[in-house]
Each structure stands twice: as C-alpha cells, then as structure tokens.
Design a protein around this ligand. Structure first.
Ligand SMILES: [Mn+2]
Length: 492
C-alpha cells in the first residue's frame, strides 16, 4: 500500500511528464509552423516584394525583416494561375446575385478558358429585362460578364516559336495605365486581374487606374477598399472629364516606371504578353510597340485567339486605322514571322512606349477631342520624329469592341474628324492634305482648333516630312481612283 508521500510523488511525476510533453509539443508545433512557411512560401517566393506581401499576411513582421529586397521570383512560372490569384488576394468577384441567376439558368464555370456564355432560350421576363438593361447601359452583355470569374483562364494559342522563345529576366519595369469612365466593374477588374495573373510580378512597377470622372457608385468607396487589398495598384482621380486622350496624358505624367503600356479597360491579357514587349525596348528604345489584338465578343464574352502572326497597322486617306497584310518575303527570303516587325500604325486599344521617348516627342496632342485618331497620330509622329513603330506578334491581348463608347466628342460637329483634321493640318504636307480632305468630303468651315504649338513641336524635334514617311515607311500607300483626280500628277 502506498503512503500519502508516495501518492504525492507519483502525482507530481505524472504532472511533470505532462508539462514536459506540452513544452515539447509546443516547440515542435512552432517549428513545424515556421518550417511549413519556409518550405512552401519562403523558398518558393524568396526575396521578392511578393514574399513580403505573403509573409506579412501569414507569418508576421519578424520574418519579413530577414528578406533582402529587390530580387526576382525565380519559381513564379511554376505556380498555377489559381494559386497566384490566391496569393495575391484576387477574388473571383462573382456577386451573390450573379450566382443566384447562374443557378437558375444552370450555368457553371461561365466563360472559363474563353468559352462563350450561352443563356438558355426562354429566359424569365425578369432576367431577360435585366440582360437588356445591362447591355444598354454598358454596351455589351454585362450580365454574362457578371458570371465570369475575374480570374478566368484563357487559352494559350501562341505559336510554338513564341512559346519557346526565352527572354532575359532583367527587363525594364512597366507602368500599366488604364483609364476608365462609366465602365462596368467586372470588365475593368478582369483587365486588372489578367495583368496581375499573367505578368512576371517583378516587372510590374504599378497598375495606374485613371478615374475619368464617373458617377458610378462602385467607383467610390468600393474601389478605394478594393485597391487597398490588391498589390501594385494606384488610383488617380481626375477632377474634370478628360476623355481617353487627356486621361492617358494624365497617366503618363504620373507614371513611375520607365516603360508605359496603355490598355483599354475592356481587355484581357494572355500568357506571355509582356516579356516580348519589354525585351524589344532593350533593342529599340525609341519605338512604339503593339502586339496582336485578339477579339472578345460583346455578346457572349467568348475569346478568339489563334497561332497566326497577324497583320500590321496601316491607315486610309481619311486617316482612320486599317489593318494590312504583311509581306512575308524579302526578295525570296522568308522574314521571321514572329519577330518584331515594322508597322505603319498602331491600334490604340493597347500599346507601349518608353516614358522618356513619349515625353520627348510630346506625349499626345492635348487639344484632341475625347477620342479617336490618337493612335494614328502617335504612329506618324514616332516615325517622322526619330522613332519607329513595331508590331510584336508574340504578345497577345484580347480586346472587346463594345457597341458604344462613353465619350462624346464635342469640339466640332464631328469630333472624330476634328482630331483627324488636326492630324492632316499638322502632319500631312500640303500636297497630301488634299487627299485627306477629298476622302472625308471637304467642307469650307472646318474647325480644328489652334495648331501652333504642335507645329512648333514638330519643328523643334526636326521631324521629317510626310513625303519621307510615305516613301520610307509605307511605299505601298497609293491614292485610290475615287480620291485621285485627273489634275493630280501621278502619285507613285
Ligand atoms: Mn477599346
């Protein structure tokens, strides 16, 4: 029989064993916790801003201080887009209301991989009305868009040449500028998310959102809160309505990165879109670059991409943009299809330019009306004033042509012509202006504002003539019969 002393001794012994166990367990747990994050996060995303971001949320300040700053994400390519979305805090953005309608219509994984969103034939009156109202408000099927994840996957249909091509890790950083006005939240944010998901994280200096005065409720507090959660986004609010062109100038003036990319608020970028653009600037710093612009349907949100190299940009005598087939042969030698190639003009939906060169050649014409013609004007100016324009076929961006634009031109009866008139008056030589005026139907009292400053800019930059431009950049540009007249002497 145990004495009271012995009982006390054995109780003490077992308490001691329990305490030892607890201490050991705690040490083990803490170790496991730290090593888990070291192996899963720290080792994979070491020494980068992104590591700091993740660790701040998961582990705490003490680990953050151990990280040397400013290095690259070596393993970024190996993480899935879903994982990257999770790490960056990018939600799918689908509202409860959209989820309810999806359930009712029996729609799942809407728009994934660029697939079309197809509604059933007999919609209820309620949904049918909502669909029409949203289409009218935003100029595309915004109800379908509300059902598609902001992080949706897109097909990578690039050619093998583009997929295999390797680019250096150290490329100039980019400020991506997106101006928006009354746009739909989901479409704008899908542009933003696709950029964050499909660009090497260390190459994005910032995504600059230019809020061009909108009364939409969600662009007030909701937007402020949203951008606090997402890395690298900066918001600039304009105090007066600017239009696309002035809003982009505002972006260029505020951007930090050495390279600027202007992209419309209704785009999605695809895998590998950024590297070929930035790599080209190393070889051609004075270039305006644009990639392949694929199409997104305004009715179903379907995305069409293919492995073709695509066409380059040209223009008509009314100074509107036009696509042009590329001559793939120089003599009997095929040109490398997917390498950067000269393009006469660009499409304004998405283009890139170095910040220093953009400032040097005078940004964009600040007296332009809200929209139109600025892409052709910039291409002319780049070519004539010491730069060049290139198409980058390996860079693919998807763009939606909506059924209406929010900007209304007001400076002349037809604002688009106001801008084109300015281009003609500033950049076309006297002998070519007549082709423009004939092509748009010349009227006497044309109002194109004051062009003195732009002419001075042209002079101070020592820009070449339009004749030089046609002969050297676009020798195939002829004058069609309906524009030419017998009294014109033969033009090329
Ligand atoms: Mn657009």
């Amino acid at each position: 029989m145990k004495t009271a002393f012995q009982v006390r001794q054995s109780v003490l012994a077992s308490t001691f064993a329990k305490n030892i166990f607890l201490v050991l367990f705690t040490i083990f747990a803490v170790n496991f916790y730290i090593s888990y994050f070291y192996s899963d996060v720290f080792l994979k995303f070491r020494e980068d801003n992104m590591t700091i971001l993740i660790l701040r949320e998961n582990v705490g300040q003490f680990l953050q201080q151990r990280l040397p700053a400013g290095q690259h994400l070596e393993f970024e390519e190996t993480i899935s887009e879903a994982k990257k979305a999770e790490l960056l805090g990018l939600d799918d953005g689908i509202s409860d209301e959209a989820k309810r309608i999806m359930k009712e219509l029996n729609i799942t994984n809407a728009g994934e991989n660029g697939a079309p969103v197809i509604f059933p034939q007999n919609l209820s009156t309620e949904i049918s009305k909502l669909k029409d109202l949203m289409y009218k408000t935003y100029g595309y099927n915004a109800l379908a868009s509300s059902m598609i994840s902001l992080n949706r996957a897109l097909p990578d249909n690039r050619s093998d040449y583009c997929k295999m091509k390797k680019y250096p890790k150290d490329l100039p950083k980019v400020s991506i500028i997106i101006q928006f006005h009354d746009d739909d939240w989901m479409l704008l944010m899908r542009t933003v998310h696709s950029i964050l998901l499909r660009s090497p994280y260390h190459l994005i200096e910032e995504i600059l959102l230019i809020h061009d005065v909108s009364e939409r409720e969600y662009f007030k507090e909701k937007l402020e809160n949203y951008i606090k959660k997402i890395p690298k986004i900066r918001l600039i609010r304009s105090h007066r309505r600017q239009g696309i062109i002035s809003a982009r100038i505002l972006g260029a003036r505020n951007a930090v990165g050495p390279v600027l990319i202007f992209i419309d608020s209704h785009c999605e970028v695809t895998t590998g879109w950024l590297e070929p653009i930035l790599a080209r600037f190393v070889e051609a710093p004075n270039a305006v670059l644009w990639g392949k612009i694929s199409t997104m349907s305004p009715d179903t949100m379907q995305v069409w991409t293919n492995s073709e190299a695509g066409r380059i940009g040209s223009f008509r005598w009314n100074l509107n943009f036009e696509y042009m087939d590329v001559d793939w042969y120089e003599g009997d030698k095929p040109t490398p299809k997917f390498e950067p190639k000269p393009s006469v003009t660009i499409l304004g939906a998405c283009f890139a330019i170095r910040k220093d060169f953009f400032h040097k050649i005078g940004l964009m014409d600040p007296d332009f009306d809200m929209w139109g013609g600025e892409d052709v004007e910039l291409a002319f100016r780049a070519w004539m004033c010491g730069g060049q324009v290139n198409k980058i076929p390996c860079s693919v961006v998807v763009h939606m042509f909506k059924s209406h634009t929010y900007s209304v031109n007001t400076k002349a009866n037809d604002g688009a012509l106001y801008n084109n008139d300015r281009i003609a008056e500033i950049w076309l030589d006297e002998e070519y202006k007549k082709y423009y005026y004939r092509s748009v139907g010349h009227t006497k009292d044309r109002n194109f504002g004051n062009i003195t400053e732009r002419l001075e800019l042209k002079k101070s930059l020592g820009c070449k003539s339009f004749k030089w431009f046609l002969e050297n950049v676009h020798p195939k540009m002829g004058v069609p019969d309906e524009i030419r007249r017998p009294e014109d002497k033969e033009f090329r």
